[in-house]
Design a protein. Structure first.
Lengths: 462, 100
């Protein structure tokens, strides 16, 4: 135990002082044992080794040198990027938007659940569905297995404005979810709202809540994984949704029926009932596809960014030595670094922008979709540009970031001598020459490998 | 440099203990009752300030006795001067760490 503690604490010290430090502590322990110091007291004494090692390791100059060296390592780069991903996950509360994109929606057969919006040339935006259309489709459609309506509004509860949804009785069965029985003044709470309002009551059933000055009885709490269109909906009422002439419509398609087939049938039913065909276009959106649409935006942005990056780096790629182990290691590090960075861009885009925001009628926001593609494009381009630049200024042997940049020559006297920046590997593997004005576009910078005789110079540097 | 050093009571006590003939870290702990997490960092600081010097016992002698070589500390000339001033400032120091 004591030996293990000394070993572990030793890692806090710079390598050149570690062995002597361990030797001193191990000798002291040996003498203490010989002199009969009780083992519990010895263990207590040995904990001091940690603060002793830390006091040396954190000495300003030693710490600066060690930090400077550690920050250049490829492991630090990968750890930093992995930490960034964990930070995004923690800040977003466990990546809810990302999980919605990659995992099936919390309904039975989610690929058959869709929303309907009114399209048509005279409407600049998709709108809700006129209530008389709902009656026609519910009575005559053969492609729909079930149909339910929903509406939404903001209600005041205490000093809080909360988003409430009112749904028809067939809503939850259509999604394949069972909920406690409904009554005139009963409501269901979302799990996040329950945590906020009743943090100590996991059930909350039977409690009362006042919405817009009217008391309601809580009949149950929806599971934490349940959401529909918006995670902000805090309260669900089962009844007849407020229509105001239009309503949201959610449908379950019969097995084997495609989105297009359903659209054609719904449209023809309206035409038969005498509705003008230009205004009676019903747009069916499969919910799962809508939720996953930001992934398409990201892949498009990534393809464009990769195309630009590969076009810009083609001269270097042509001269790549794919036979050496070092080249493979460099390639693997570049892929890992770029991959982690692109994952961070994707997660940040999904979690912190409105890329995933679906409007309450089931479409995606008209602005959010193109905006998210641009954001992803800028994010991917920035990530790849940084990744390529970082790769260029790393040692070809140990992959540490080069340092000790020195500007050499005079840019105005290019004919008389070389001008540019020189950087060296802090382990002495080589030197990178980056000219002020590249003389050849195939080789903008030049790497000079240094032999082992130079290592002595760099042995204690860092 | 030594004249500019201002010792805390703890550092002065450790100097006094070494001056009294306790020359190993664990010995200093046993006499002063200070924890190892205080004594060892203080020894490093006193050494880097030039008030004490450390020396490893000869490996050959330790090996002959079948024990590990030990690092021991002694006061430097600067350390003795600083301790002299510290004793005037903290008169009870000499009683707290009696001669070995």
């Amino acid at each position: 135990m004591t030996r293990l503690l000394i070993r572990a604490a030793g890692w806090l010290l710079p390598a050149e002082r570690r062995s002597e430090w361990r030797r001193e502590w191990e000798a002291e322990i040996w003498y203490a044992r010989r002199d009969g110091v009780p083992s519990n007291q010895l263990r207590r004494w040995c904990w001091g080794a940690v603060s002793d090692a830390a006091s040396i390791g954190l000495e300003r100059e030693i710490f600066r040198r060690r930090w400077n060296r550690a920050a250049r390592t490829p492991a630090f780069c990968l750890t930093f990027l992995a930490g960034l991903i964990l930070l995004i996950a923690a800040a977003s509360g466990g990546l809810p938007a990302t999980r919605a994109v990659f995992f099936p929606l919390p309904y039975s057969n989610p690929d058959r659940i869709a929303t309907i919006a009114q399209g048509g040339g005279t409407l600049s935006m998709r709108g809700g569905i006129p209530t008389e259309w709902v009656r026609i489709w519910a009575a005559r459609s053969t492609t729909l297995k079930a149909l339910a309506t929903y509406g939404w509004s903001y209600a005041i509860s205490g000093r809080q404005h909360i988003l409430t949804a009112e749904v028809s009785p067939g809503f939850f069965p259509l999604l394949g979810r069972t909920v406690p029985g409904s009554c005139a003044n009963c409501i269901l709470l979302s799990e996040s709202f329950r945590r906020q309002r009743f943090p100590n009551d996991r059930d909350a059933a039977g409690r009362q809540i006042v919405l817009d000055g009217r008391p309601y009885r809580i009949s149950g709490v929806l599971p934490s994984d349940f959401w529909f269109l918006s995670r902000d909906i805090a309260v669900w009422k089962i009844g007849s949704p407020r229509h105001d002439g239009r309503t949201g419509v959610v449908i379950r398609l019969r097995p084997g029926v495609t989105r297009r087939e359903a659209e054609r049938e719904l449209h023809s039913l309206l035409e038969k009932d005498g509705y003008f065909s230009w205004d009676s276009l019903a747009e069916v959106s499969i919910l799962q596809e809508r939720v996953r649409s930001p992934l398409g935006s990201f892949l498009l942005a990534l393809s464009l960014a990769l195309f630009a990056a590969i076009s810009g780096s083609r001269p270097r790629l042509q001269h790549l030595d794919v036979t050496s182990r070092a080249a493979w290691l460099r390639g693997a590090f570049f892929l890992a670094k770029s991959g982690l960075l692109l994952v961070a861009v994707l997660l940040a885009g999904l979690e912190f922008t409105s890329a995933c925001s679906i409007t309450m009628i089931g479409g995606t926001d008209l602005l959010a979709e193109p905006l998210s593609t641009w954001l992803f494009l800028i994010g991917c381009m920035t990530a790849l540009t940084w990744s390529i630049h970082d790769h260029r200024v790393r040692c070809r042997v140990c992959l540490h970031r080069l340092g000790l940049a020195a500007h050499v020559g005079c840019p105005g006297s290019l004919l008389l001598g070389w001008a540019g920046t020189e950087m060296v590997c802090i382990s002495g593997h080589g030197m990178l020459h980056v000219p002020e004005m590249p003389s050849c576009w195939l080789e903008p910078e030049h790497w000079t490998a240094l032999d082992s005789s130079w290592r002595e110079l760099f042995a204690h540097h860092g | 440099m030594a004249e500019e050093v201002h010792l805390t009571h703890t550092a002065a006590l450790i100097l006094q203990t070494i001056s009294a003939g306790y020359r190993y870290g664990f010995d200093v702990m046993a006499v002063t009752g200070l924890p190892s997490g205080t004594v060892y960092p203080a020894l490093r600081r006193l050494e880097s300030s030039g008030l004490i010097a450390s020396k490893w016992e000869k490996e050959k002698e330790a090996f002959a006795d079948q024990r590990p070589a030990r690092k021991y500390y002694r006061l430097s000339a600067a350390g003795e001067q600083v301790l002299g001033r510290a004793v005037k400032r903290y008169p009870l120091l000499e009683q707290m760490a009696p001669r070995k």
